[in-house]
Design a protein. Structure first.
Length: 94
């Protein structure tokens, strides 16, 4: 795991979908950013907070929980414990 407390491995990349396995150490954060296409975050282990620019409170996601976010919408993720999740990014954001 990198000094940032996060790591990523691209599992698949195609014209319409990219799948990334993300790992975050406890309290590590993916600071606010945007994605070029719609995303789905599905928690595989641990516990994370996920928030978008349109949410008043972050969602707390545990194993099996998922959240979605529209293309180009600012969002962030914070690990509340060591966590892993699948990030699926749609290739076309029309």
């Amino acid at each position: 795991m990198k000094k940032t407390g996060r790591n990523a491995l691209t599992l698949a990349r195609g014209n319409d979908l990219t799948v990334v396995l993300m790992a975050l150490k406890d309290q590590a954060m993916l600071h606010e950013h945007t994605a070029p296409g719609p995303i789905t975050v599905t928690v595989l282990s641990g516990h994370v907070e996920f928030s978008t620019a349109t949410e008043s409170e972050p969602l707390r996601l545990r194993i099996g929980d998922a959240a979605v976010c529209a293309a180009h919408l600012p969002h962030w993720v914070k690990a509340l414990e060591d966590s892993a999740f699948l990030l699926m990014i749609g290739g076309r954001a029309e």
